[in-house]
Design a protein around this ligand. Sequence first.
Ligand code: NCD
Length: 317
Amino acid sequence: MSEPWTQIELDLAEQMRGSDIISVRQFESQELRTLLSIVARFEGDSQPLLHGRVLAALFFEPSTRTRLSFESAMARLGGSVIGFADAGISSASKGETLQDTIRIVESYCDLFVIRHPREGAARAAAEATFRPLINGGDGSNQHPTQTLLDLYTIQRRIGRVAGLRIGFLGDLKYGRAAHSLVEATAMLGNELILISPDSLRLPHRRVGELRERGTPYEETPNLAGAIPELDVLYVTRIQRERFVDPLDYERVKNAYQVDRATVDQGREGMIVMHPLPRVNEIHPDVDSSPRAAYFEQAKNGLTVRKALLALLMGAIE
Ligand code: NCD
């Protein structure tokens, strides 16, 4: 953290102090860029900027990376974490409403991160508390901190987050990581290639938004045809837990399996991303390819979350 903060960074920091992070839509494209430059300041060792602060991590859905990277980020900034990783052991299992849980826990913490299976749950939770709240994923809707770490990874790998051709592959119907990143990359000015089985296409509403924005996009089921054109291939897991009919899942569960031979069809410099966890959609033989960026994404999640926690707590240097 050597270079002094720029005025534009300080202005954004001031704006974010005490605020919530619910959706990528709350940011303008310039703010996303500024956020990425702030995140870079949190690389490496950190000062105990959040000493004595407490994060409540309330996870009503499974998580590994999001929860543990928030916990680690808080620990590395000198703060501590309370919460649960399994709603089955919280009073939610006794029928307590989300709003009541939030109102109780707010007296034990300084900010929240919440993951919940219901779309809109993060916004509802934020409305129930005066504490800052971060959406760690709400149903199929949004996963804004995943998007920030995705953008940060693209920025580091390719050197820019605009003017790229980005392929989204897999479950574009239910995947919240894809939904958030589609919105942000459209806003930043990229061309989107939406590659999915017909039954898992990006919802109409979201495609309509791309059209209204004037984002160049294409929808296709054909990965082999699309791959030579891409700068980024963003692979996603088929979201089994969101299917209403398990048979529908069975039909598409092996729709795409990306392996080394597949990615070798990409142009020079194309990177392969995935929010993880993967099931079988990326073969482990891609891991040793220089194109593989997914483990780096998970690692960058720590840096991004340190920055966000410090910003919301108004604890910048
Ligand atoms: C994603 C999620 O939970 O939406 N995981 C993550 O946070 N890295 C992606 C997924 O579960 O497929």
